[in-house]
Design a protein around this ligand. Structure first.
Ligand code: UDP
Ligand code: MG
Length: 316
């Protein structure tokens, strides 16, 4: 069985060589068991020497494939590039920053041999800040109530995929990619095991609060149109309230005659309704924006340099 390890790298010059050493060790242990390995590194338009390091690795190890993107397209696109260039019967997706322990690969392969199509590594939250743990828990509870697939706290992109899962994921050509959700959407027999999350070895995480919030929003919007439905229901409820209130005002005017005061009520109603309308417009706008990106059918990434021959990259 050929096992591909796909790792997106963005500004990882400090760790990627060390990462490669670690996976090589694993490869040496897996070889006697009849498993060959290849390593697919995607340089996601790094600003540092990542590409040079990758080329060096490829010179010394014929199992190294690298794909360098023309600019930074983001992790999701880099991951897709990696999957397209991987030729293994099983593909393991993992970060190059050693936060995903390479030693777990053996465990994944074992579970793959038991017949699972997806072997998912789930990180525990030990060592995380309490606020982060709590917000994550809250987020997943909320999101799972809304989306049609199940997203699990601590489950990320670190997983092994069988060939048929990879092909299925490659068949989903949407532009706004939320891999965690795509993997869950594909399904097939899956199993999960837990591991302790390691701290980053070197370099810097490219996530900030805004990025996380936007990622959260993507997760919410990528898999359903329930926010649109919610907006609709909110509108209907408001309409009902407004109707009742109007009836009450008109009734009062008929009984007591017209009284001029009412400024506060009017202002409140106008601003509240304007706010609600803005939110709904925003929700609709989010979906329209997504459609806009989809219809352009631009490629997800462009390749600048690679030692793998593939023409598929240019086809969206
Ligand atoms: N990454 C990437 N493109 C980006 C940002 C990140 O390919 O624009 C890679 C990065 O090199 C790493 C993985 O995605 O291998 C995870 O990124 P990071 O460590 O910043 O995220 P975190 O582990 O904090 O979730
Ligand atoms: Mg990381």
């Amino acid at each position: 069985m050929l096992i591909s390890v796909v790792s997106p790298c963005y500004d990882e010059e400090d760790v990627v060589a060390r990462f490669h050493e670690e996976v090589q060790k694993v490869a040496d242990e897996l070889l006697p068991l009849g498993h060959d390995m290849e390593f697919v590194y995607v340089d996601d338009g790094s600003r540092d020497r990542t590409l040079a390091v990758l080329k060096q690795l490829a010179d010394h190890d014929p199992r190294v494939r690298y794909v360098s993107l023309s600019r930074n397209f983001g992790k999701e696109a880099a991951l897709l590039a990696g999957l397209r260039h991987a030729s293994g019967d099983s593909v393991i997706v993992m970060d190059a920053d050693l936060q995903h322990p390479p030693q777990l690969i053996k465990r994944m392969v074992e579970l793959r041999e038991q017949g699972y199509d997806q072997v998912i590594a789930k990180r525990t939250r030990t060592g995380d800040r309490l606020t982060r743990t709590l917000t994550a828990r809250l987020y997943y509870r909320l999101v799972n109530r809304l989306v049609d697939i199940e997203l699990v706290d601590g489950v990320g992109d670190f997983r092994l995929l069988s060939r048929r899962v990879v092909d299925a994921v490659l068949g989903l050509t949407e532009y706004n990619r939320f891999s965690k959700g795509l993997f869950a959407w594909v399904g097939f027999p899956s199993t999960t095991f837990e591991y302790r999350n390691a701290v980053r070895e070197a370099g810097r995480s490219s996530w900030n609060l805004r990025g996380l919030l936007n990622y959260g929003l993507d997760g919410l919007l990528s898999f359903n149109n329930r926010p649109l439905r919610a907006a609709l229901w909110l509108g209907v409820c408001l309409l009902l309230c407004a109707g009742l209130y109007t009836a009450w005002i008109v009734g009062a005017a008929l009984v007591n005659g017209v009284q001029t005061p009412g400024y506060v009520t009017i202002i409140t109603a106008v601003t509240a309704l304007a706010g609600v309308q803005m939110v709904m417009l925003g929700v609709i706008g989010e979906y329209t924006g997504r459609i806009y990106y989809e219809v352009k059918r631009r490629p997800h990434f462009l390749v600048k340099a690679s030692n793998v021959e593939r023409t598929k990259d240019l086809i969206p």
